[in-house]
Design a protein around this ligand. Structure first.
Ligand SMILES: CC(C)(COP(=O)(O)OP(=O)(O)OC[C@H]1O[C@@H](n2cnc3c(N)ncnc32)[C@H](O)[C@@H]1OP(=O)(O)O)[C@@H](O)C(=O)NCCC(=O)NCCS
Length: 173
């Protein structure tokens, strides 16, 4: 980790309605990053679709957080409850200039401990950085007590894409 990055705290802030435009702008950057693996393309206005984003500001149990490194906006994350009661990470993003400094790891560990209980986290193996990242986060939080499974993408829009990997862990103290 970059020693300079280490000196600033990493924090999560609930994105209220007034911060929704900030999340929407960062979400465009996240969609562009994932487009490499998922084939997303922008519409005629140059905007990537993010159909479910509004749900994170309206639906019970859905949460949007901004991630800060000190006072600097570093990223965002979206979580929601699955039908089986586990919390799921729907999106997790750190801006490129601040990557590989341990900021994502600190934020993810903080998130998993902020909402103690069962978690299910999906990623694509093709996104090899994310795959290594989430396995490292899971081990940091619960040691070896996590499992993984491969499931086809749930969204009809993702039909035909490779199976997702899901990490399953429980952060109940
Ligand atoms: C994945 C992502 C959140 C990682 O954030 P980050 O702040 O750079 O991650 P960290 O610096 O905390 O990395 C912790 C560890 O994860 C692994 N890791 C993170 N990014 C990696 C990469 N690009 N390649 C390989 N390993 C990576 C490494 O083991 C790293 O430890 P190290 O730097 O000591 O080797 C960030 O790259 C991102 O926002 N990517 C685009 C969106 C995305 O793919 N989100 C996840 C979708 S499920």
């Amino acid at each position: 980790m970059d020693p300079a990055a280490d000196s600033q705290p990493v924090g999560l802030r609930v994105a209220t309605d007034e911060l929704r435009p900030v999340v929407e702008r960062l979400a465009q950057l996240e969609r562009h990053d994932l487009s490499e693996f998922r084939g997303y393309t922008p519409d005629d206005r140059g905007v990537y679709a993010f159909r479910k984003l509004p749900l994170f500001f309206t639906e019970p149990g859905h949460r949007a957080y901004l991630i800060y490194h000190g006072r600097t906006l570093a990223g965002f994350t979206l979580t929601h409850p699955r039908p089986d009661g586990a919390n799921s990470v729907f999106a997790f993003f750190i801006v490129r200039a601040l990557r590989r400094k341990g900021i994502g790891q600190q934020a993810a560990q903080g998130l998993l401990q902020l909402l103690p209980g069962r978690w299910a986290i999906a990623f694509q193996e093709e996104n090899s950085g994310a795959a290594r990242f989430w396995r490292q986060v899971a081990t940091a939080v619960v040691g070896p007590a996590w499992q993984e499974e491969r499931l086809p993408p749930a969204s009809p829009a993702a039909a035909g894409l490779p199976a997702d990997t899901w990490l399953l862990l429980d952060t109940t103290p």
